[in-house]
Design a protein around this ligand. Structure first.
Ligand SMILES: Nc1ncnc2c1ncn2[C@@H]1O[C@H](COP(=O)(O)OP(=O)(O)O)[C@@H](O)[C@H]1O
Ligand SMILES: [Mg+2]
Length: 431
């Protein structure tokens, strides 16, 4: 049993790359924590530092509340499974699983008992006498997990253990890993770049980008209230629609969200209007998931966008329509290599004074100035690009409409997400 605490952990490689940048993260006893992010964002480096295979450049690491940076790997009671695990080819499955016990001097009979129990739990009890070459990829992966967990570690670290397997097997093993680690009550840190895997397996997900922790929470929390534009873009399928919008405040009436050709009107009594009104005369990013959009009759009143179908994707149980609504989409370029963020650039933001003057009607409402001086995601080609929006909308399977067909879409306003030009969530408070 273990808790993990990373305190302001930074890892800088000799070439100056910040693999991990000031990471603060706590994992509770028995928790299944998933580290999620694209290739190169520092996930493996985090696990390797916890395992003791790398030293942090700065910061502290505690296991069960005790600092462990001075402890060698074998004294940390940690087991680790990698993507490219190697089994001993000349040993049987049973010998492979039992090997760590043999090394630590466990007698043959209790050793066999433990091996049988673990192999049974992993569904490989029938193949204990075979050699690795006589196994399928999924069976080999189960053996690797069995070997890692047989010594009953306090902490189980798994680094993309399923990424070499085909998708059916991956889904099956996902479920097995979840149930096995929970049954054993072992604290687990699991690394993946697959958002669906993260959302299905995790108690909590920690999302990283270029060495920086973006958000951490239960799958529901990070999906429903992504802390940054990046997290919003990363989680969910189809991806969240991210539209550029100009904000115009009509005091005491509504806030106009202008998407180019069309507007949505946020009612004044919407709890988020106080936060969004501060962007009067400026551009923000509005996030709309497909589940917030419903096709309606063309003449429907209310929060409706008019679009035209560009193309359709059929997924069997549903079809996705991608609509031209005359808006501009913000595309987050997340696959770029990690680069330490540059110092803040001044001047990307307009001053609040100018915005105030453009208020259509003076009123008693106080508008807080916002922090200025950081890089704008709306004006930074290294982090995103713009393109004509293709709004994804769910339709019934094989609908009786096709490309070029007009479609009216009702928008569930309370499900909109708002992000400022830095990519931070615009909100009325932290969850
Ligand atoms: N031993 C190393 N020496 C130098 N740079 C490294 C080393 N290991 C990883 N990196 C770099 O550190 C960054 C994070 O790598 P890694 O933790 O492996 O990412 P992930 O597991 O998320 O794909 C990458 O830029 C990678 O190239
Ligand atoms: Mg990795």
């Amino acid at each position: 049993m273990s808790t993990v605490a990373l305190k302001n952990v930074t890892k800088i490689w000799p070439d100056g790359t910040y693999a991990v940048d000031n990471l603060d993260l706590e994992v509770n006893d028995g928790e299944f924590m998933v580290l999620l992010g694209p290739s190169g964002c520092g996930k493996s480096t985090v696990l390797r530092m916890i395992a003791g295979l790398e030293d942090p450049t700065e910061g502290d690491l505690l296991l069960n509340g005790e600092p462990v940076l001075d402890l060698p790997p074998r004294e940390r009671s940690i087991a680790m499974v990698f993507q490219d695990f190697a089994l001993y080819p000349h040993m049987t499955v049973g010998e492979n699983i039992g090997f760590p016990l043999k090394l630590s001097g466990v007698e043959p009979s209790p050793r066999q008992e433990r091996v049988d129990a673990i192999a049974g739990a992993l569904g490989i009890g029938e193949v204990l006498g075979r050699r690795p070459s006589q196994l399928s990829g999924g069976q080999r992966q189960r053996v690797a997990m069995g070997r890692a967990i047989v010594r009953r570690p306090g902490l189980f670290l798994m680094d993309e253990p399923l990424s070499n397997l085909d998708s059916g097997l991956r889904a099956e093993l996902r479920a097995e890993i979840s149930s096995m680690t929970r049954e054993l009550g072992v604290t687990t840190m699991y690394v993946t770049h697959d958002q669906a895997e993260a959302l299905t397996m995790a108690d909590r997900v920690a999302i990283m980008r270029k060495g920086v922790l973006q958000d951490v929470g239960t799958p529901t929390e990070v999906y429903r209230r992504p802390a940054t534009l990046y997290v919003a873009a990363f989680l969910g399928s189809p991806r969240m629609n991210l539209l550029e919008a100009s904000v115009y405040v009509h005091l005491d009436q509504y806030i106009v969200l202008n998407f180019g050709d069309q507007n949505l009107y946020m009612p004044w009594n919407d709890p988020r209007s106080r936060a969004v009104m501060r962007y009067h005369g400026e551009r923000i990013v509005v996030g709309i998931r497909a589940e917030a959009l419903t096709p309606v009759a063309p003449d429907t009143q209310g929060h409706v966008l008019q679009g035209r179908i560009r193309y359709l994707e059929h997924h069997g149980h549903e079809s996705l329509a991608f609509l031209d609504v005359g808006a501009t989409a913000i595309v987050v370029d997340e696959m770029s290599n990690p680069v330490h963020t540059q110092p803040p650039v001044e001047g990307a933001l307009k001053r609040i004074g100018g915005a105030l003057q453009r208020l259509t009607r003076p009123g008693p409402v106080e508008i807080d100035p916002r922090p200025t001086g950081r890089v704008s995601v709306l004006n930074d080609p290294g982090r995103h690009h713009r393109k004509p929006a293709e709004l994804s909308v769910r339709l019934a399977p094989y609908p009786a409409v096709g490309p070029g067909h007009p479609l009216a879409i009702s928008v569930r306003m309370e499900a909109l997400h708002f992000f400022d030009e830095r990519g931070d969530r615009i909100d009325v408070g932290w969850r």
